[in-house]
Design a protein around this ligand. Structure first.
Ligand code: UDP
Ligand code: MG
Length: 306
């Protein structure tokens, strides 16, 4: 098996046939042995029936049907666990990632790279809000981590078996695959492309999921938020100390001590706010540690032909 293609699918009934056609023709043109692994991530429509129908006609079509929706990163992880190819491609089902680019990525790989990722030159059909927040997020993350996670890059990429095998052995539950792959190292490069809009259907990544994903990326690859809490603590303590000196001075030396309700309430609110944020940040890390300790399976497979 030369190439395994991993396609996570959540409510993609309009796109299954098109992505299958385009992937098959690219793969046939490249003259490689391939398998197409469709992961049905608890779709509410008939996505899985379409995939199974394809699988009966084409032996290269494999499917993994989850017991419920586990999320995009976990769907991709399941594909990685089961892939047999000596290279593995991750691609979205909605045709935002052009399958034709795989040939370029594969050729680039032959120049001696273990990972070739696709970098978005432009991005169509996305709200300005998503564009702006994504752009900001990737740059902040790049600043606060020690490893270099490429900016403006999704999971669309091709990886060598060596990288895939390391990835399979990384047990963390809150996946941020593009970060993990950067962390693994080897020789990595990119090809640029223009990202088109979704062919049909709706995004499976509403704001709430995007925020969770962003937090997973940050907590998995940076301790800066925790350190910031400490810095804030020092700064606030420093000011509190000055105010304490002043309070004592005015009480015992100047002997002016108006009941200072305003300053009192302000400082209580301020310190209270800082403390809440600090506890919240610690909680985010703690909850991730907790779910790693619980060590539940990452996903549950209802049915598969792999
Ligand atoms: N997806 C998934 N599980 C989810 C959400 C999305 O497997 O819970 C799949 C989806 O079918 C698509 C890919 O992940 O193939 C990217 O999702 P989507 O296109 O909805 O995200 P966007 O491109 O809008 O960020
Ligand atoms: Mg999409």
């Amino acid at each position: 098996m030369d190439i395994s293609v991993i396609i996570p699918c959540y409510n993609e009934k309009e796109n299954i046939h098109l992505i299958f056609d385009r992937l098959s023709s690219v793969m046939n043109q490249m003259k490689v042995q391939f398998e197409l692994i469709f992961i049905n991530d608890g779709s509410k429509d008939n996505t899985i029936d379409l995939i199974k129908a394809l699988a009966t006609q084409h032996s290269e079509v494999k499917y993994i049907d989850f017991s419920r929706n586990f999320g995009h990163q976990i769907a991709v992880s399941a594909g990685i666990d089961m892939a047999n190819g000596s290279s593995v491609v991750i691609i979205d089902a909605d045709l935002q990632d052009p399958p034709e680019l795989i040939e370029d990525m594969h050729n680039k790989m032959k120049e001696g790279f273990e990972v070739v990722y696709a970098k978005r030159k432009t991005r169509k059909g996305e709200s300005w809000f998503k564009l702006a927040t994504a752009k900001m997020f990737y740059r902040i993350l790049a600043k606060i981590t020690d490893i270099s996670i490429p900016v403006d890059t999704g999971d669309f990429r091709i990886m060598d078996r060596k990288v895939v095998d390391v990835l399979k052995d990384m047990p963390e539950k809150h996946k941020y695959l593009r970060g993990q792959i950067s962390w693994i190292g080897f020789r990595q490069t990119y090809v640029e492309y223009d990202r088109s809009e979704r062919n049909a259907g709706e995004t499976g990544y509403p704001l709430s999921k995007m925020m969770k994903f962003a937090l997973d990326g940050i907590t998995a690859f940076s301790d800066l938020p925790l350190k910031l809490v400490t810095y804030f603590g020092f700064i606030v303590s420093f000011f509190a100390f000055i105010v304490m000196i002043y309070a004592l001075y005015s009480r015992f030396i100047l002997r002016v001590y108006e009941p200072g309700w305003t300053s009192l309430i302000l400082s209580i609110l301020f310190i209270g706010g800082i403390q809440m944020i600090a506890i919240g940040i610690i909680g985010e890390y703690l909850s991730r540690m907790n779910s790693n300790i619980r060590d539940r399976p990452l996903y549950i497979v209802k049915d598969t032909n792999l």
